[in-house]
Design a protein around this ligand. Structure first.
Ligand code: FES
Length: 138
């Protein structure tokens, strides 16, 4: 049978997060923003994080992509909220995918977008922090 993208290939959790995504939007005064593209398909994800006392206070996303990309983005924001910055190292695409009860094999590449967006947002956060620290010492 030809592999397609039928709805029934997706777990109920994937369908739930795709049809009712959590934390969609932007954070205007975000502490870190990660924007990444999936080279396989060209889909895009933008992740905004707000950090307070070393923890993710808020996270929002905008994803222009397939249902697996939207579901993983949504689950990612749910997983990272309230986590400390060091705990975020454990949030890989595998963790996000498992939290969604898996993805069809052909859609696994989509979950990489979420992991990459998190890495990019953290990189941006640390860059901004360094800049602020430098500005303060100057
Ligand atoms: Fe592009 Fe899923 S097909 S992220």
């Amino acid at each position: 049978m030809k592999e397609g993208h039928q709805f029934n290939q997706y777990s109920p959790k994937v369908i739930d997060h795709f049809t009712n995504p959590r934390n969609v939007g932007e954070i205007e005064d975000a502490d870190g923003v990660g924007e990444v593209g999936n080279p396989v398909c060209g889909d895009l994800m933008k992740l905004y994080i707000k950090v307070k006392n070393g923890k993710i206070e808020d996270a929002k996303f905008k994803t222009f992509g397939c249902c697996a990309a939207i579901a993983t983005s949504s689950m990612l924001t749910e997983l990272i909220k309230g986590k400390t910055l060091s705990e975020l190292k454990e949030i890989t695409n595998k963790v996000v995918t498992e939290a969604l009860d898996g993805l069809p094999r052909v859609k696994l590449h989509c979950s990489v977008l979420a992991e990459d967006a998190l890495k990019a947002a953290l990189k941006d956060y640390y860059k901004k922090q360094n800049k602020e620290n430098q500005d303060e010492t100057n």
